[in-house]
Ligand binder design. Structure first.
Ligand code: PMP
Length: 391
């Protein structure tokens, strides 16, 4: 019965695809002349910014996608602090509130490359907890500034000590001061929020097994472990594609991570090298990610270079109007490889974890000038008025 339903769904989908292709080649007037857009509000008000987390849209890729497939991106920059980590941040705090392990007014501390810190800063501001973040000096300046703007204190750690260094610093500070350590790399609150929100949204937006591929990277592994739990049960025909940096291919190396009793890393992973995909692949395999490895939650593991990721981030911005960071571009680079070899009519969903605005001072914006190009100067001079004195 289930197979029959899936086959029927595919038939309907194929018809839909053919008719939308026909519309593209032989457009009818109603599709070429856009109707006046209107909106009607959400029909509700929100009690807190925290209630606006999640329910991010899956958006069709129209210009970059190969003709024979349907590609979508799940745009996590629609979250209130503009990344996927808002989900985890609110769940870490609220799980601890439920368990009674976080007391009113107690300081929260966490090691984070940025997005978790920004999410936690938002949540802590909204709920009245002080926040201290430890962060390696190598991450982009705007991340530090954003956290400080949201009221957090940011303690930098030396680049040479890598992810393990900032992690140990957070542990040290928690122990010395009796603070609540958020433990994003080990806590079950991480994958669980993706099981209860991200995965539910994907199942609702691609019902009855109509998603052929889901593509994601990993940082803590919360996204892949949480969504993997649900897709494996409720959408078993969806192929899960995991990606990691080509020059820090920890999973592909097969080297098993050494851990302490608490599950935290006991050593820096030997396959790690610094890579430009911020938020991805720390220098250890997190406990949260281990669930996806042990549970066979992914069907393929595809490496991607940071350069490819940046190029695709730029393409998404300039050809689709979709503004995401380096990890989003990298995930999309892999989704494009999948798309090229996928069967006609395949539906592919690619995670975009954050906004490109988080990378203004990073190599993603290399070559994006502040001053006018020759072409822009020529444009300025092409009409008589309002020219810059020094151009
Ligand atoms: N991309 C970016 C920019 C991130 O900050 C993160 C989270 N560290 C991820 C991807 C990966 O998400 P997860 O931790 O759920 O694996």
């Amino acid at each position: 019965m289930r197979r029959f339903r899936q086959a029927l769904h595919r038939e309907v989908l194929a018809w839909y695809t053919i008719s939308s292709r026909l519309q593209r080649y032989f457009p009818m007037s109603e599709t070429t002349t856009p109707r006046q857009r209107t909106t009607s509000g959400q029909g509700r008000t929100f009690d807190s910014v925290l209630d606006t987390i999640g329910n991010t849209p899956c958006i069709r890729i129209n210009r970059l996608a190969p003709e024979h497939v349907e590609m979508y991106v799940k745009a996590e920059f629609f979250n209130p602090a503009a990344s996927v980590k808002d989900r985890l941040a609110v769940n870490i705090i609220e799980s601890a509130e439920r368990a009674g392990t976080l007391q009113p007014g107690q300081t929260v501390v966490e090691a984070t490359s940025g997005n978790t810190g920004i999410g936690l800063a938002m949540v802590c501001a909204a709920k009245g907890y002080p926040l201290v973040v430890t962060m390696a000096e190598s991450f982009s300046i705007e991340r530090r500034k954003l956290m400080r703007f949201l009221g957090a204190r940011v303690v930098l750690t030396p680049k040479a000590e890598k992810g393990v260094g900032m992690y140990r610093k957070a542990e040290e500070l928690a122990k010395a001061n009796g603070w609540f350590l958020a433990s994003q790399f080990e806590t079950d609150a991480n994958a669980t929020i993706h099981e209860f929100t991200t995965a539910r949204e994907i199942i609702a937006d691609f019902p009855a097994g109509s998603l052929d591929y889901w593509v994601t990277g990993y940082g803590t592994g919360g996204t892949v472990s949480g969504v993997g739990r649900v897709l494996r049960k409720e959408s078993p025909d969806t192929r899960i594609i995991l990606t990691e940096p080509a020059n820090a291919a920890l999973l592909a190396s097969g080297h098993v991570q050494a851990r302490t009793d608490s599950g935290s890393p006991a050593e820096s992973h030997p396959a790690f090298e610094p890579h430009p995909i911020q938020g991805w692949t720390p220098d250890f395999i997190p406990l949260v990610l281990q669930e996806a490895i042990d549970g066979n939650y992914y069907d393929e593991l595809i490496p991607v270079s940071g350069a490819d990721g940046m190029a695709w981030s730029k393409q998404l911005a300039q050809r689709e109007g979709i503004f995401t960071g380096v990890s989003g571009g990298s995930t999309f680079a892999v989704a494009m490889q999948i798309a090229e070899k996928a069967d006609p009519g395949a539906r592919i969903l690619c995670m975009l974890p954050d906004t490109g605005e988080r990378y203004l001072s990073s190599p993603l914006f290399d070559g994006i000038a502040e001053v006018m190009s020759d072409d822009e100067v020529a444009l300025s001079r092409s009409t008589p008025g309002y020219q810059m004195a020094d151009s």
